[in-house]
Design a protein around this ligand. Sequence first.
Ligand code: FAD
Length: 420
Amino acid sequence: MEVIVVGGGIAGLTMALSLHQAGIAVRVYEAVRDLVPLGVGINLQPIAVRELTELGLAEELARSGRAIQQWSLFNKFGQLIWSEKRGLSAGYKWPQYAIHRGQLQSMLLRAVRKRIGEEHFRSGLRFTGFEQDRDRILARFSDSRSGTHVVDEADILIGADGIYSAVRRQLYPSERKPRFAQQVLWRAAVDAEPFLGGRTMAIAGHFHQRVIVYPMAPGASPGQLLTNWICQTSAPGLGPPREDWNRRVLKDKVLAAFGAWRFPWLDMPALIERAADIYEFPLVDRDPVPSWTFGRVTLIGDAAHPMQPIGSQAGSQAIVDARVLTAALLASSDPITALQRYDAERRPVMDDVTLRNRDLGPEAGMQLVEERAPNGFTRIEDVISQGELESIAKSFSAAAGLDPEIVNSGPSFVQPARIL
Ligand SMILES: Cc1cc2nc3c(=O)[nH]c(=O)nc-3n(C[C@H](O)[C@H](O)[C@H](O)COP(=O)(O)OP(=O)(O)OC[C@H]3O[C@@H](n4cnc5c(N)ncnc54)[C@H](O)[C@@H]3O)c2cc1C
């Protein structure tokens, strides 16, 4: 069997590694000619770390990422609402890592080039369309430099080309632009002194205004950590800003909204002041679609289920997609049946997570606290019970397939055909 993967992001690269491990021939086409490490922080849940471990990447991951042990929610005054253990501390057999997205992509790319061969990772080629018949699928690409066209043929085509997926556009030509949630995210990574023990992901605020902060690597100076921060704020009445991971925003704009967010455990204005570059991104997702699979074509990652970045799911679930799809291909001699099986298994789960994230997903308790105690509280128990908070966290965890017992004891998705 031969597979074409469109897109060399987290989803496409993991897909390539996974297919290679299963002994399936794969070629990856990426629009960008020279991938440079873009983005800031991303979190990988233990379910995804397990899959990357089974792909032989545990040591590199441990070198590049920072194991997160605590996940804590606060109100806008920095008062603690809820805290839970994460990764190994929560009983998982695998850690949760915070990692620079660009570093993760570079790590996957090195492994892909080495394992499938340089000639099978084809960059600078933008997918423009496909045609399929009963036996094969043909894909067209355009060379970004020369403008020439390239055609390739395979048994299957996998669209892993992100939220603006051209593969998805051909499947759903009337789908409109991503849905803008009237909020913007300002993001940066800065060196900072460790806060709350140095392994905490902290989220403070409520639906309309919040900060998310976590360490993701050692800093340049001893005792400091490279710390990812996101300030999210409502932008009512605004049209969506240009959707571009490299769009910069002025520091003064961020300070005007978050300059007073100073807590005993975190000095947000100081983190904002330290940022060399701050990036602006609109909070967007897409409505679920009735199918990802059309004959010999399917979608994974953000091309399939672009979701709001809540609960640290997009990167992790893209990795799981790749593994479930590989397992389906190994389980059936007919690729069309395999793609349908993958769709039936993954799509309902991802639709649910996408919709939950529109209501803050596992962080919904923060909004309840804001509504019930907008001026703060003396005792959190007077505002919301620990039982209510626990049920929000557990309900999301079960929906997203993150329960420790399931992650720890479930069989591997893929039985490798190759020793890596
Ligand atoms: C530049 C960039 C920076 C990001 N930064 C962050 C971040 O800091 N934090 C975070 O949580 N998430 C970030 N994300 C999103 C995050 O990577 C995804 O939500 C998640 O990892 C799922 O990845 P994906 O591979 O499905 O999609 P993506 O990461 O979007 O990857 C899609 C890939 O497909 C390629 N592509 C697009 N169109 C075509 C085409 N027509 N032909 C061929 N290739 C194509 C793109 O160049 C890209 O490499 C970023 C995404 C990008 C593209």
